[in-house]
Design a protein. Structure first.
Lengths: 438, 385
């Protein structure tokens, strides 16, 4: 402590000749795990303050069930976003993620029921999505079709194909029809031992949660919920975040995929097979999107149902943009964009959603302060007006209307992009059509 | 010269025909694999489509598709991907139906009533698309993402919220706006069609919105090809940097394109509001926006091409119903066909574009070679002299 006071680091003193480091810059300089924990703690702190203010009924914001559901609802967005990451790092924009996800929902359910094993379902979902990815790769890489156009075409083809397949397969099975499959159970679920055991086994987090300490108990409850009934599929999905980062940034094939998205000509001159690596990127992308669909069918719904993806493929793309084309950012984006889906499902009274309005207002005030510090007048004005509007809405309402939770995921995406989209850097050759020797 | 013009024309027509042929071949294989006879299935569909009543169905089906196609095409011409036609037409149809059946508007005389409804639809559609345009121009948000989010917000948010307010019967299970009176309906075109054919039976009515679609199609063609701003549109889409250097303001062009695209998208739901149901309800027809994008892609954003695409999709949708009745195949096969047609059409167009570029390069190379050989003796004589 005295050490810190007597020998300040140069950057900490304003008159050391260097510009003073802002809080944010110091935060960014922290190591990734600490940064993540700080962000999560701040998020929960915000939610528990709001919960204290809003009172009865808003406990849905941090109760254990919510955090578990938050993880589950983040997974499809996360997997779609990671899928987008592989594709766009290889320079191919993939709005066909939604269609590949639809393929994943169908094949995931089919594999699970047909082979009687959720693991088979998982593999089938990935393969189904990868087929969609292959189609996208053939159109965009080999034939040079505009990426968005090919993606739109795949999004049109996929629902037609799955409907046809359902008619051929599911409608002939017991409990199935042209719009849905028989029940398809997901992967086994586990409780993290010691920390969040159930049924009499040790549960440290649970005991802290029961004390009802402000914030501390909320954090414990939040973690407890996230660690109970955790599907192996969820664990796999979140393990894919560091795995994707490792593959793309630490391996040879990752470097080659990334050069396709940054400077394919330079890669070609170094002897990299650009077409091949673009194919790898897009097919991997499809497999991830397929897994996302499989998760929706097997884990969220327990069966395939027509139209159950609800545009999550597109939200995955938004998470990719929000995350600045990095795996960690995609994960954060998926948690942020997935959270409102949880409330849409769990918050029947609308009290929690109303409390979330206050959270949004506070976040906007934070944005306002940040923009003022940065002296960005437009951002300040937008943040100020929106914050005031949302705050007035919160204070005048007693409960949220029932359409609000269903709108929130999509509105959150737009709101975040309003402030974020100009600070981002996408791969330099993303979306461009590349021809060998061109 | 004449031969190359012929070759160009053949390539232009060949691509979509090849795409359809490919789709027919591929879906035939699918039908054979699933144990059906593709020849009987397609024969059934074509036979059914040649009936007058089915033709009316096809035209009714194609009318909103065409409008959606033109709406998407306006954006595509400028390299703007208005994926939000879906949300724009739904929210426009809702407001048009709600305002058309409320207040003083409901008492307006026939043509004026319809005009007000059309105007409301176009304004609301333009406004909703304009949000995406403004977000792109001022905040740099990609229109693909924003229009998709706006689709969900329109249906799950705005309409879900306001539909309850405008509901005619609070006890009804299927909530909807108050049905429009006769003055707010578009007259059917049966009379005109019957001049050249026989009497249309089975209660089929050819929609009057077809006229609106034709006007929009002609207007679109003239606008893009015959006006200054239409030229600026194409220029910005073709080469935004060059257009900008030539004095075309890119941001204003984006706003114009989105507003115009949204205004046309607003008309898509008018078949159901003005001709068919006369109200917006929870069971309002969905998905025309996305099919419209497909139709625009098949038609290469050309007024006539989009019409062909819309009629093709209309044919597939309308005549697939017969498959269920005759049992020769499952009607779902047409959904696959639609997808394959779109995908193979865009691939075929790209292949044709490459062949043309190669042809042009070859012609140019031949021309320069010819001029080189022409001038060679001259150079030689100069050197010797």
């Amino acid at each position: 402590m005295t050490d810190l006071l007597t020998t300040p680091r140069p950057a900490d003193t304003p008159d050391a000749g260097q510009p003073k480091k802002t809080l944010l810059e110091r935060y960014v300089a922290l190591s990734a795990p600490i940064r993540w924990m700080t962000a999560a703690a701040l998020g929960i702190l915000l939610l528990s303050i709001v919960q204290e203010i809003s009172g009865e009924g808003s406990s849905v914001l941090t109760e254990p069930g919510t955090s578990g559901a938050m993880l589950r609802f983040a997974v499809p967005i996360l997997l779609a976003g990671l899928g987008g990451l592989f594709s766009e790092r290889a320079g191919i924009v993939n709005i066909g993620l939604e269609g590949m996800m639809i393929m994943g929902t169908w094949f995931g359910a089919w594999g699970t029921v047909n082979f009687g094993s959720p693991w088979a379902g998982l593999i089938c979902a990935a393969v189904g999505g990868a087929l969609g990815g292959l189609l996208h790769a053939v159109a965009t890489v080999s034939f040079g079709v505009d990426h968005i156009i090919s993606g739109v075409a795949i999004n049109i083809l996929a629902p037609g194909l799955t409907r046809f397949l359902s008619d051929q397969v599911f409608s002939r099975w017991d409990g199935g029809s042209i719009t849905q499959s028989p029940r398809a159970v997901g992967l086994p679920k586990i409780d993290v031992p010691l920390l969040a055991g159930r049924g009499g086994s040790t549960n440290w987090l649970g005991s802290i949660d029961d004390r009802n300490w402000f914030f501390v108990s909320d954090v414990a409850g939040f973690l407890e919920g996230a660690m109970q009934g955790l599907s192996l599929f969820t664990i796999i999905a979140f393990l894919l975040v560091p795995a994707s980062g490792f593959v793309l940034w630490k391996t040879r094939i990752g470097l080659r995929i990334r050069i396709c998205g940054e400077r394919p000509e330079a890669g070609e001159s170094l002897g990299v097979n650009i077409y091949l690596h673009k194919y790898i990127g897009v097919i991997t992308s499809g497999a991830f999107a397929g897994l996302a669909g499989g998760f929706i069918a097997m884990e969220l719904a327990g069966l395939y149902r027509e139209g159950q993806t609800l545009g999550r493929g597109y939200i995955g793309l938004a998470a990719l943009i929000f995350g600045n084309w990095r795996p960690g950012g995609v994960a954060l984006g998926s948690l942020l964009f997935g959270y409102p889906f949880v409330l849409a499902l769990r918050d029947s009274t609308g009290l929690g959603t109303r409390a979330l309005l206050l959270v949004i207002a506070i976040a906007l005030v934070g944005m306002l302060v940040y923009s003022l510090v940065k002296q960005n007048k437009t951002d300040s004005a937008i943040a100020g007006v929106l914050a005031a509007g949302v705050f007035v809405w919160w204070s005048l309402s007693s409960t949220a209307p029932n359409w609000l939770p269903n709108t929130m995921p999509y509105a959150t995406v737009l709101l975040v992009l309003v402030f974020m989209s100009q600070r981002l850097r996408m791969p330099a050759a993303d979306g461009q059509i590349y021809r060998k020797g061109g | 010269m004449n031969q190359s013009t012929l070759r160009r024309a053949a390539l232009g027509v060949g691509a979509p025909v090849a795409a359809v042929a490919f789709a027919v071949a591929l879906s035939s294989i699918v039908l054979i694999v699933s144990g059906n006879n593709p020849i009987t299935a397609f024969a059934d569909m074509i036979e059914y489509a040649s009936r007058l009543e089915t033709i009316v169905d096809i035209l009714n089906e194609a009318t909103p598709l065409y409008l959606a196609g033109i709406a998407a095409a306006i954006g595509f011409r400028m390299n703007l991907f208005n994926i939000g036609v879906e949300g724009q037409y739904l929210i426009a149809a809702f407001f048009a139906a709600a305002i058309g059946s409320a207040g003083f508007v409901v008492d307006l005389p026939g043509p004026l009533h319809v005009a007000v409804i059309l105007l409301v639809a176009m304004s609301v559609g333009a406004a909703w698309a304009g949000v995406a345009g403004a977000l792109k121009v001022t905040r740099g948000i990609n229109e693909v993402i924003s229009t998709i989010m706006l689709n969900f917000i329109a249906v799950g948010g705005v309409i879900a919220w306001l539909l309850v307010e405008f509901q005619d019967d609070s006890g009804a299970t299927n909530s909807g706006t108050t049905p429009l009176p006769e003055s707010g309906r578009m007259p059917s075109l049966n009379g005109i069609l019957e001049i050249v054919t026989r009497e249309i039976s089975k209660g089929r009515e050819l929609t009057g919105v077809l006229v609106v679609a034709l006007v929009v199609g002609v207007g679109y063609h003239l606008f893009i090809n015959r006006t200054r701003i239409g030229f600026d549109f194409r220029a910005s889409g073709f080469n935004p940097l060059a257009a900008r250097a030539g004095g075309v303001p890119p941001k204003r062009m984006i706003m114009y394109a989105m507003l115009l695209s949204g205004a046309v998208a607003g008309l898509v739901g008018m078949f159901e509001v003005l001709s068919d149901k006369g109200q917006y309800s929870q069971s309002f027809v969905r998905g025309i926006g996305f099919n419209g994008i497909a139709v625009a892609l098949i038609g290469r954003n050309n007024a006539v091409g989009v019409a062909v695409g819309a009629l093709l999709f209309g044919f597939l949708s309308s005549s697939s119903g017969i498959l269920q009745i005759t049992g020769s195949a499952t009607p779902e096969i047409v959904e696959i066909m639609k997808g394959i047609i779109v995908l193979s059409a865009v691939v075929a167009y790209e292949v044709v574009r490459r062949i043309r570029t190669r042809d042009e390069a070859r012609t140019a190379a031949e021309a320069t070679q010819r001029s080189d050989t022409d001038s060679a003796p001259l150079d030689g004589s100069e050197v010797t002299a």
